[in-house]
Ligand binder design. Sequence first.
Ligand SMILES: NC(=O)c1ccc[n+]([C@@H]2O[C@H](COP(=O)([O-])OP(=O)(O)OC[C@H]3O[C@@H](n4cnc5c(N)ncnc54)[C@H](O)[C@@H]3O)[C@@H](O)[C@H]2O)c1
Ligand SMILES: O=C(O)C(=O)C[C@@H](O)[C@H](O)[C@H](O)COP(=O)(O)O
Ligand SMILES: [Zn+2]
Length: 366
Amino acid sequence: MESITVDLGARSYPIHIGPGILDEIGKILRALIGLEKILVITDGNVRDLYAGRVLELLKVAGFDAHLAAIPPGEPSKTLKEAERLYYIALDYGLDRNSAVIALGGGVVGDLAGFVAATYMRGIRYVQVPTSLLAQVDSSVGGKVAVNLESAKNIVGAFHQPVAVIIDPLTLKTLPDREFREGLAEVIKYGIIWDGDFFNWLEENVMTLRQGGESLIYAIKKSCAIKASVVTLDERDEGTRMILNYGHTVGHALESLVGYGVLLHGEAVAAGMIIEAGIALEIGLLERQDYERIERILRRVVPVEIPGCVETGGLIEAMACDKKNKGGRLAFALPEKLGRAGVYYDVPEREILYKILDHFLKKSTVP
Ligand SMILES: NC(=O)c1ccc[n+]([C@@H]2O[C@H](COP(=O)([O-])OP(=O)(O)OC[C@H]3O[C@@H](n4cnc5c(N)ncnc54)[C@H](O)[C@@H]3O)[C@@H](O)[C@H]2O)c1
Ligand SMILES: O=C(O)C(=O)C[C@@H](O)[C@H](O)[C@H](O)COP(=O)(O)O
Ligand SMILES: [Zn+2]
């Protein structure tokens, strides 16, 4: 087992990573002081695969543990589902000496974290991510949220977990499509933060599905980069916004086509190609770097956008983005491989319409 610390003073916490570490969950949680009851929140798929084992391990470690499952997928990330979980928590007697465990992908993590952030004005929670996307991204950093129909992640909080427990062996049961969408966020780190990691991914990304040391390296590297960024800017006021590369377009696409039609990583992959196209068009990014970004993303994840999406609607949907200021759209754009910045005032007619129109018609940028 290896541990990375997210260094946030009193809110610091460890990310434990190791194959088979799920079996240690009881022991790890025992180290958390004063913990009595635990509500394990999961989804229907992960419940059938892992929840029995987790509940048993918690009981053996002396916890009073209870399970609540949500329907799998993005449509569950709602206030309605959060409300249902509050009632389950209340009926079970969850109090401020209790904790929530988010056992599942990013949907479970964001929703369970939101419930933990708001129930009794905030109780502790532990992230136990089981999808690749959740292991490399959503379980770390404390962004928790639910969606409104027209705006992704628009109701939420910053609420850091007390620990993250990552067992890469759980990825053996993850379907191929969900594995690939997770790779999009892994590649994002190479583009925005670490050019050497990007180079490594160009060589190794297609081998990661086989598991083993390369996959563990990619998970650790991703968590270490995310931990560094979050440590610099916990509340998304500056540096952290670069983690949103691909998301101005990606989130707009997800809400526009209907939650769950495109997986988050698929929408973000398309968003990263389009936003790299914007960076190219405004002279921020060299064409050679643009081409490498496009090539690796296309190898890994489908970036086809449903035909119903048109440019005007997409730009309108981007108006809900949380990075925007005073009505000005914001984009986290790559400047070169391994570096990104946040940009406002991308000329709407000349650049934005041009790139989006071209992409939606031809699935590429000019
Ligand atoms: N908070 C953050 O910082 C952050 C970062 C990135 C993404 N997100 C959010 O994460 C969500 C996407 O996460 P996701 O892609 O994990 O989606 P998800 O939670 O829907 O999981 C994808 C699918 O994989 C299944 N699954 C999960 N683990 C499995 C396993 N080990 N074996 C078999 N099936 C398994 C799930 O049941 C689901 O059907 C989005 O809502 C996105 O907005 C949040
Ligand atoms: O942790 C962050 O910060 C990120 O931006 C990571 C993203 O991959 C993630 O999708 C996040 O949920 C987006 O945050 P939001 O603030 O745009 O809702
Ligand atoms: Zn994301």
